[in-house]
Write a protein of this length. Structure first.
Ligand code: TTP
Length: 404
């Protein structure tokens, strides 16, 4: 079935990681996030994928070209980010007069669940969560076999099934994309779904696994998921004294020096160097040309291209943007003394990450002075810097963020 993948969002909740790149291009287990969405669609039965992208940004089309995972790709430009219905409207001229699937390009779907969605069209992917109040919650008939609507972020959720942003719709839905503005001023695809629910029997398809990658710690969760599914492979240079256990990918052109211990799953990209005497564990991703130097421990973290932790550092449950540099002795806290979930700022609001272990997020080219201590949940902005010996308890730009 023809499939539209929405990849033209602004990704504001993911800042600062999206200051200089699109959210769908964030690294997940060695590939861009949206590559996983397209692969899931290809596996589930997509005949062709139309990727909706932003204007003036060729990074997605240049990376993927006209084919990925065995399916033909086509690109539709959404000129202004007016909402998900508007994004599908941009794709409409590329669609045949036939049923189609719409997927969020910043979500991970398990392939079998997605295949069930394709098979059961018209349908919506539904996922069970403990606290549905922050999601679009699906309303169904008494038997739970037909979707009757969606309520956004209800204080008193009618069910624990939330909308995954995966829809299989009838051909007529192409004519329903001119929806009015919602309360938050966007053109929402859920209004198109509401129309489909009135005219068709839309089935809820329960998804086994699903992850919406909208906020920084969800990038860690995406890497945990996808690194966990990966098979190990050593094509690069690994010193005989290094010890690799579990599934570890060392790409050609990557170097693992003596005395290094890597406990998979871990992914070491071409051009990266690890060691001597370094410890990489948890689900960690060491990006292209990144460096993990002597006596550095990296646990369950994402290091983007050219991120350097050269000497005596600890990085846990963190994301280091492209070109970041940690001064010798930089330490990241990733656990509160009271064991409560770590909180962080998202668009100026203090939000619980729901994670007991969560470290820091460093924007591209951020630099720390020697012996910097970074408290759990801290974000440094793009090109941010700390002084030697600095203890960073809160986001340096939090006052500005609160005012915005
Ligand atoms: P959201 O996650 O709601 O929006 P976003 O990606 O812009 O992120 P944020 O809220 O942090 O700013 O979007 C859901 C999906 O729809 C996502 O894959 C991006 C896509 N999208 C578009 O393609 N065009 C749009 O105009 C919008 C709003 C979203």
């Amino acid at each position: 079935m023809q499939t539209v993948v929405l990849a033209a969002g602004r990704g504001t909740r993911m800042r600062p990681l999206t200051d200089r790149r699109l959210k769908p291009m964030l690294p997940v287990a060695g590939r861009p996030l949206v590559a996983h969405t397209v692969e899931a669609a290809a596996d589930a039965g997509a005949s062709r994928v139309v990727l909706v992208i932003q204007p003036d940004d060729d990074t997605v089309s240049e990376h993927f070209g006209d084919e990925h995972a065995g399916v033909d790709l086509d690109y539709a430009v959404q000129t202004e980010q007016r909402g998900t219905a508007d994004a599908v409207r941009a794709a409409a001229p590329h669609l045949d007069d036939a049923p189609f699937v719409v997927l969020n390009g910043d979500a991970l779907y398990d392939h079998d669940s997605l295949a069930a969605l394709y098979e059961r069209a018209p349908a919506v992917g539904a996922f069970r969560v403990d606290d549905p109040t922050q999601y679009g919650v699906l309303l169904t008939d008494e038997a739970g076999e037909r979707v009757t609507g969606v309520v956004e972020k209800p204080a008193d959720p009618p069910s624990d099934l939330v909308n995954t942003g995966a829809y299989a719709l009838p051909a007529e839905a192409k004519a329903w994309l001119d929806v009015g503005e919602s309360e938050r001023g966007e053109l929402e695809f859920t209004d198109v779904l509401a129309r489909a629910c009135e005219t068709h029997e839309v089935r809820p398809v329960a998804f086994e696994r699903w992850l919406d990658v909208g906020r920084p710690w969800e990038l860690l969760e995406a890497n945990e998921w996808k690194l966990g599914e990966m098979a190990g492979r050593v094509d690069g240079e690994v010193h005989p004294d290094a010890e690799l256990t579990g599934d570890v990918v060392v790409e050609a052109g990557a170097t693992v020096r003596s005395g290094v211990v890597v406990e998979g799953p871990a992914y070491i990209k071409a051009g990266a160097t690890v060691g001597p005497n370094a410890y990489v564990r948890g689900a960690s991703y060491v990006g292209p040309d990144a460096k993990v130097g002597h006596a550095v421990e990296v646990k369950n973290s994402v290091m983007m291209a050219d991120a350097h932790a050269g000497h005596l550092a600890y990085v846990g449950d963190s994301v280091l943007g492209r070109g970041t540099n940690l001064g010798a002795g930089t330490k990241v806290a990733n656990l509160r003394h009271d064991g409560a979930p770590v909180k962080t700022l998202v668009k100026g609001e203090v939000v619980s990450t729901g994670r007991r272990k969560f470290g820091v997020i460093l924007g591209d080219d951020a630099k720390t002075g020697i012996n910097t201590s970074l408290n759990a949940g801290v974000k440094l902005p793009t090109e941010g810097a700390t002084r030697p010996g600095e203890v960073v308890m809160f986001d340096p730009d939090s006052e500005r963020a609160r005012r915005e």
